[in-house]
Design a protein around this ligand. Structure first.
Ligand SMILES: *Cc1c(COP(=O)(O)O)cnc(C)c1O
Length: 397
């Protein structure tokens, strides 16, 4: 393994501090490295592999599509993508869908659509966007411009203009930023990278109301919290509010690179041919994947499982909060949960990896739990056992 890691470090751009593991294959909740060591995965490749590794139905749908057609360009129609679009439209309750290749691109499309809508409505450019502090929306220039962590943005200025940041879960701070030129408010119903912060019901409903009163487009970035992660197909459904535009990616394709943004009819109508495009986006290969993901969510009752297992995981994690002084807080919804520590979590994560458990952080002090949504009680118990061993080790160090 060391040889491969050394070679990789010589050719890959150094944008990540990777773990010293070369992964080879996966089955259900487990990943295996090239030496055959097994790891229980509580990250799903950052919220992607919701249906678990090696699902036969999913894999065979992809294999069949490979033999038919991978790509057509968007100048043609194809059936798998039409199926996927219909399923996503029905799941989001939004009328029109545009497929992208990643989450960042979905965000780019959403903000372009909001700007175009504003431009058509007012005859003026410069529509302002209000985003949230500690939000994460992606690494491309537009998505980065609305990402609420200054240190991610600073080296890349000038970014797109007309962006303001409000305090998450503070309705007044949103109110004071609104003016006649505000075209959109964007937020994650549950902030992911920022440290697993769910929106309060009062906040999210308050923002919806503000948007309705002032004719502002509400965009929910559900790239991480969507697709069943919180126990609802989309997190906003748990709050009983609906956005005008939603972005989706990560678990949408469960491994194939695909994102999407969906919008209500009157907003989507702002786009005309030529306004937006993508060469790969929504090709038949990803269409077949997305369509199959929706089928599996239904046939395996994924949402039910998220609600049951989310509750169990939350109980177990909260027990750890009472047992260890270094754990200072618990937050989460469904199978998107976090433990906050008084110390950086880097070493705990490295130790757990040694012991065969994959975890990730959100920021420096939060361990984030994003397991595949098919997990069972026994996996939670196994995870808690390994994590407890790591915590004991940390405390006695
Ligand atoms: C991961 C993520 C993105 C970016 O998605 P990419 O596919 O990495 O471009 C955007 N928004 C949220 C909320 C995310 O979690």
């Amino acid at each position: 393994m060391n040889q491969i890691i050394k070679e990789a470090e010589n050719v890959l751009m150094h944008t990540y501090n990777r773990y010293p593991v070369v992964l080879d294959h996966g089955k259900d909740m487990y990943l295996y490295d090239i030496n055959g060591k097994r790891y229980l995965d509580f990250t799903s490749g950052i919220g992607v592999y919701a249906i678990g590794y090696g699902d036969e139905e999913y894999n065979s749908a992809l294999k069949s599509q490979v033999d038919l057609l991978l790509h057509t360009s968007n100048y043609f129609y194809n059936v798998p993508t039409l199926e996927a679009v219909k399923k996503l439209s029905s799941a989001t309750g939004l009328d029109r869908v545009f497929f992208t290749n990643s989450g960042a691109e979905a965000v780019e499309g959403a903000i372009k659509l909001a700007r175009k809508y504003h431009y058509k409505k007012t005859g003026k450019d410069g529509g302002e966007i209000i985003s949230m502090e500690h939000s994460f929306h992606g690494r491309s220039m537009g998505a980065l411009s609305i990402t609420g962590t200054k240190k991610y943005r600073d080296p890349f200025e000038p970014l797109i203009g007309g962006v303001k940041f409000a305090k998450f879960n503070d309705l007044n701070s949103v109110k004071t930023l609104i003016n006649n030129n505000t075209c959109a408010i964007i937020m994650e119903p549950v902030q992911g990278e920022g440290g697993i912060y769910p929106a309060s019901e009062e906040f999210i409903k308050g923002v919806r109301k503000l948007c309705d009163e002032k004719g502002i487009i509400l965009i929910f970035d559900e790239i991480q919290c969507g697709m069943g992660r919180t126990g609802h197909m989309f997190a906003y459904q748990g709050y009983d509010v609906k956005p005008d535009i939603v972005t989706c990616a990560k678990a949408l394709g469960c491994g194939v690179p695909v994102g999407a943004f969906a919008a209500s009819e009157n907003i989507a109508a702002a786009f005309e041919p030529g306004d937006h495009g993508t060469t790969y986006g929504g090709n038949p290969f990803v269409g077949a994947a997305v369509s199959k993901v929706f089928d599996i969510f239904e046939s395996k009752n994924i949402l039910d499982n998220v609600n049951k297992m989310g509750k169990y995981l939350s109980e177990k994690l909260q027990t750890l909060v009472s047992a260890y002084d270094i754990i200072t807080g618990y937050r989460g919804k469904g199978l998107m949960q976090g433990l906050e520590f008084s110390i950086p979590v880097k070493d705990i994560i490295a130790d757990s990896l040694d012991m065969g458990l994959i975890l990730i952080s959100a920021g420096t002090n939060v361990i984030r739990f994003l397991p595949p949504l098919i997990l069972e009680k026994k996996h939670i118990e196994e995870m808690i056992e390994i994590l407890t061993n790591c915590l004991k080790k940390t405390v006695t160090k």
